[in-house]
Design a protein around this ligand. Structure first.
Ligand code: AMP
Ligand code: ZN
Length: 492
């Protein structure tokens, strides 16, 4: 790990609430598991922030030359509406409302999720397993926990016995909840919960006759509890003890707490060395969330079609905006904040271009290694991207001085400077450097040219050509809108 430079990597561990030296289980390798989306609706910008935070972590660990196995699951069954154990399965509900198969719901929103993350230049994980693809593994874990006396069956459902577990282990180590407070807000169906204690959580739920997502098990036909899939898939692909487990802050309780209890019950040890939690994206100070409709879809930002936006913004600007905040800080979304990010981002892009034509000298007027070390120090201090970006703007200052002949660099230093800058901008932050304005200007020019060609075709009553232009643009995600003043377009 020659790239550690002067300071080793430290990661804030949510379970100890301190920054700790990162020492992987196996030298040179990292196993990282991040809870993926429940694919029952379009991924919103809040979800994207969490996934982008872990994409940055993945990118930096790769940059440090670790061999990273990054597992991020797809929840395609078992996630109940109220995040407790009652109510309807989110995917099954959507399928019922839309009168389609649950797997159609899953397919639609998995594709949306992949498409959005790709647009925002997130790298795909090494493995992307699904809950429904691991029913057998989940059943095996339940059998094991029942055999150890830490779960009980009742009416075809199986619950984890939290109070029993708490006699020998500690439930609540991650969230800091006391056992009496760690109640899963079970909606009391028919006024009566079948659990022994309100702290207990479902490992397996009996499927009602109308529940369409159902599998056979030793306890009858049912489906697995949401928390179980992550234990099954992380253990299968990363082992009983792995390096990093990530997710949004809101998953600490109950989801991650339950994962710890399940793994402790099965394997007798805590599953993870480092728990990492990304903070929330807010809108008007409120958590961005699907359920409260206080959310923005990434597509709306790219098209500018949302009343909170003054204009469209490119995926790289959105990415830059997110990276300007530390992953553990709350980030409030606004059009003004995006505009400010766009200005900063464009400055950085301009400087990178300028750097290409800088002349070399016999001496260097600043120490590139010091600047490089500052970049590594920032990232080695719990992935501090805002400090890294401040260092990138130090580089911008140097570049402008170089351009004006007020600073000098030798060939060796210029090479190091360029290489480091590129590594942090492209590889670590995952930015794609097109000047936003330039690229959108170019796009606008080309589309306007096609709009004019279509107008000519219509004037000549060449409807086939006119429709062809409109349809081809639509297939590329550009929608034409005819109105009194002429034709305008929207990039979807
Ligand atoms: P879900 O599909 O609801 O399971 O959420 C997927 C991921 O998005 C989880 O890691 C959540 O913690 C995260 N998440 C949800 N809302 C936000 C938000 N407003 N800001 C950041 N992350 C979020
Ligand atoms: Zn999970």
């Amino acid at each position: 790990m020659s790239l550690f430079k002067n300071q080793p990597l430290k990661i804030y561990n949510s379970i100890t609430k301190t920054k700790e030296l990162f020492v992987p289980v196996t030298e040179g390798s990292v196993g990282m598991y991040v809870c993926g989306p429940t694919v029952y609706s379009n991924v919103h910008l809040g979800n994207v922030r969490t996934f982008m935070s872990f994409d940055m972590v993945f990118r930096y660990l790769n940059h440090l030359e670790y061999k990273v196995r990054y597992v991020r699951n797809i929840t395609d069954a078992g996630h109940m509406e109220d995040d407790a154990d009652e109510g309807e399965d989110k995917i099954a509900k959507k399928a019922r409302i839309e009168k389609i198969e649950p797997m159609e719901v899953v397919q639609r929103y998995t594709l949306d999720f992949h498409g959005i993350l790709e647009k925002l230049n997130n790298l795909p994980p090494s493995i992307e397993p699904t809950a429904t693809g691991h029913i057998i593994e989940q059943i095996e874990i339940i059998k094991d926990i029942v055999a150890k006396g830490l779960a009980y069956e009742i009416n075809g459902s199986v619950y984890f016995d939290v109070l029993k577990y708490n006699e020998t282990k500690e439930y609540g180590v991650l969230s800091g909840r006391k056992i009496e407070d760690a109640v899963h807000n079970t909606r009391l169906l028919d006024g009566q919960s079948e659990k022994k204690n309100p702290q207990d959580f479902a490992l397996w739920k009996k499927a009602s006759p109308q529940h369409i997502m159902r599998w056979s098990s030793p306890w009858g036909v049912g489906f697995p509890g949401w928390h179980l899939e992550c234990t099954a898939m992380s253990t299968k692909y990363l082992g009983e003890k792995f390096d990093i487990h990530g997710g949004g802050m809101d998953l600490k309780f109950p989801h991650h707490e339950c994962e710890i209890a399940q793994a402790e019950a099965c394997n007798g040890q805590s599953p993870v060395n480092f728990w990492m939690h990304a903070n929330m994206l807010t809108l008007n100070g409120q958590k961005m969330s699907k359920s409260t409709r206080n959310n923005i879809l990434p597509g709306e930002i790219f098209s500018g079609e949302n009343k909170v936006l003054s204009k469209p913004f490119s995926p790289s600007v959105v990415r830059f905006f997110m990276m300007q905040a530390h992953y553990r800080s709350i980030l409030d979304f606004s059009s003004e904040a995006l505009e400010a990010s766009e200005k900063g981002y464009n400055k950085l892009v301009e400087a990178l271009k300028t750097l290409e034509s800088v002349q070399v000298s016999q001496t260097s007027s600043f120490v590139v290694q010091d600047w490089e070390n500052d970049c590594y120090s920032a990232m080695n201090d719990d992935f501090n991207t805002p400090i890294l970006i401040a260092n990138l703007f130090e580089a911008v200052k140097h570049i402008n001085l170089l351009k004006d002949g007020k600073a000098t660099l030798t060939q060796i230093d210029l090479d190091l400077f360029t290489k480091t800058l590129h590594a942090f901008v492209y590889d670590v932050l995952g930015l794609v450097t097109e000047t936003t304005e330039q690229s959108s200007d170019k796009l606008e020019g080309v589309v306007n040219m096609l709009i004019n060609m279509r107008k000519q075709a219509r004037d000549n009553k060449d409807w086939a050509m006119s429709d062809h232009i409109r349809d081809e643009l639509k297939a590329l995600g550009i929608q034409l809108k005819d109105n009194k003043e002429g034709t305008t377009f929207i990039v979807e």
